[in-house]
Design a protein around this ligand. Structure first.
Ligand SMILES: Nc1ncnc2c1ncn2[C@@H]1O[C@H](COP(=O)(O)OP(=O)(O)OP(=O)(O)O)[C@@H](O)[C@H]1O
Ligand SMILES: [Mg+2]
Length: 462
């Protein structure tokens, strides 16, 4: 399956030309304070705006460190990061994107006062890559000043000669993209998907509701990272923009982003608003529901663009099952799926005004975490006789209803179930479970040989 085409420039310099940058040093009366933003959904008014920096004039390492002196960012040397990553060894390689390669590393508390010993991810700007100093600086300026439980923490950076690096907290479980689309990882359960959607929405809401809003501009599954508890955090602020100020309704920029995620009006006009992020959120929500990439050239023509294909189903509760991820094996809250689909539909509206704010999205999605109408499925148990009695295998059709406390399996769900069974006859929830009697006479169970790999491991990703 093809990865959605990534980075970055759709239409070089079409709208607004080079982004306007003034030479002011700070936003308010020359003040320069740190702003360790909290969870209270507002960043300090004194946040140094990126657009107030002249990124066309080289900012010396000393100037930058002075500019960010209140931010608690650590400035590392090339030698220190070499040591932390075992000389950027291939065994420490985590992956690479438009910025360059990313390596796992470890920093010792002895390296700097105030630094905790911890695993880190070191992103090394590829001088030949599609991103450059400007994106690196944007990341340092934005993430250096913004702090929130659902933004990945920037620990420090390296700015030495031509070397540019970013040092982040290490996110053990990697990206949402990997968990949704890679065959080798188990399918994400429904509850995890909703939790990730809510947490990523909170990260975006925090940016949008700041005194000086930040437009993230690159919201996509690969930029949502997961920690060891699957807590979601946004990473990659290289494309982030300061939002409009005063009476302005939008900022005009070159059109950048990732195909399939960027809002249509932004692609057409270059007008960027917080509602462009809301559209991208809708795309990711749809990926979470469907388990499909937003652009997938390996699919039939009419299914290649996820939004075009799925949109008509989002408003039709009785047809929603057609777009739901088969790897969920129907184990999702049907109420929750309908509500999430309705939110996705609104976010994906062509009219920016019809899209909700991210705060409204959080309010709509958070209650879905409480829904318990998640069916576990119906199993057919096959009871085998004792060893040597294979011929006496008895088949007992035993319906096991493992449902949450709220709604037991409804007629509606049975319909879903039948349709699903027809469509995915090898689905694991219909798999036979073999009960074996051990020497003590008690039964143990296991999936019947040949059915031990659920259908989704064949259907997924590709
Ligand atoms: N803080 C981190 N902890 C753990 N893994 C990370 C961290 N940051 C990035 N990675 C991993 O490094 C890889 C590359 O990430 P990167 O953000 O550079 O590219 P991308 O998001 O895949 O693409 P793009 O450049 O289009 O944003 C991804 O597999 C990602 O999961
Ligand atoms: Mg990324």
């Amino acid at each position: 399956m093809a990865k959605s085409s990534s980075w970055k420039l759709f239409c070089m310099g079409c709208f607004g030309g080079v982004e306007e940058i003034s030479t002011k040093k700070s936003t308010k009366g020359g003040e320069k304070k740190s702003s360790h933003c909290s969870n209270n959904s507002s960043s300090s008014p004194s946040r140094l705006s990126f657009s107030s920096l002249d990124s066309t004039q080289a900012l010396s390492p000393e100037d930058l460190s002075l500019t960010l002196s209140g931010s608690n960012l650590h400035v590392f040397t090339l030698a220190e990061l070499k040591a932390a990553t075992k000389n950027f060894s291939t065994t420490n390689f985590l992956g690479s994107g438009g910025f360059g390669p990313v390596y796992k590393g470890f920093v010792d508390e002895k390296l700097r006062p105030g630094l905790r010993a911890q695993q880190v991810a070191v992103k090394y700007l590829d001088s030949e890559g599609v991103q450059g100093h400007r994106e690196w600086l944007a990341e340092v300026i934005f993430l250096g000043q913004l702090r929130h439980p659902h933004l990945v923490k920037l620990i420090g950076y390296c700015y030495e000669d031509e070397h540019r690096m970013l040092v982040y907290e290490y996110m053990t479980k990697g990206s949402l993209e990997n968990h949704l689309f890679k065959r080798y990882l188990a399918a994400l359960p429904w509850s995890a998907r909703i939790k990730i959607a809510v947490e990523a929405a909170k990260g975006l809401a925090f940016l949008h509701d700041a005194e000086r809003p930040v437009i993230y501009r690159d919201f996509k599954a690969s930029n949502i990272l997961l920690d060891s508890d699957f807590k979601a955090k946004l990473s990659d602020f290289g494309l982030a923009k300061d939002g409009p100020q005063g009476d302005d309704t939008h900022v005009t920029t070159r059109v950048m982003g990732t195909q399939g995620y960027a809002a249509p009006e932004y692609i057409l006009t270059g007008h960027l608003t917080t509602k462009s992020d809301v559209y991208s959120f809708g795309v990711v929500l749809l990926e979470l529901l469907s388990g499909r990439r937003c652009v997938d050239r390996a699919r039939r023509d009419r299914e290649q663009n996820l939004v075009d294909w799925a949109r008509p189903y989002l408003k039709k509760p009785d047809k929603l099952y057609r777009i739901m991820d088969p790897t969920l094996e129907l184990q999702y809250s049907h109420k929750g799926a309908q509500k999430a689909a309705a939110v996705a539909y609104q976010c994906l509206s062509h009219r920016t005004k019809s899209r909700p704010s991210m705060k409204e999205v959080v309010e709509a999605l958070e209650p879905l975490l409480e829904l318990r109408d998640v069916p576990i499925g119906t199993f057919v148990f096959t009871v085998e006789g004792d060893e040597g009695e294979e011929n006496e295998t008895k088949k007992i059709d035993m319906k096991v209803e493992l449902t949450g406390r709220e709604e037991q399996q409804s007629d509606h769900h049975d319909h879903h179930h039948m349709r699903h069974k027809k469509r995915y006859p090898n689905s694991a929830i219909h798999a036979e479970i073999v009960l074996r009697r051990d020497r003590s006479g008690s039964y143990t169970n296991s999936l019947r040989k040949g059915q031990s790999s659920p259908s989704h491991q064949r259907d997924r990703g590709a």
